[in-house]
Design a protein. Sequence first.
Length: 143
Amino acid sequence: MIPERALIACEPFGARLRATAAAAAIATGLTAAGLPEPDVCALEDAGEGDVRAMLEALDFDPRMRRARAVIIGAQLLSQDTLVGSAVFEIATRARQGGVPAYAIAAANLLDPFDARVLDLQVIIQASGARGLTAAGRRLAALL
């Protein structure tokens, strides 16, 4: 049986859009396009401390295995910021778990090789609540 729900793992999109609000905007776009309500994993503290411990506390791995896809929301995708980041860890876990991963980012500075190493199916650039909702609608057509 193919899981129906996506898992949104979202970091804050700057100081003005917390992770919970950014994930909710993406979820609104997915549901507006007809997909079931996604599982939302807000990564409010993604830049602080031990990323693995944070994902463990959020029960991330079992949630990911139950998902049809992982959608990673991040302010910035950049080669310089990937190592040790939540984005890198989540993309790696998704790849190892056989779950397709997609990304929505305000800024994407990854070259095609880096995106391929992360095994991101698609990267959509969007910012602000309205842009994230539109990105969610676009992504729904791909899931």
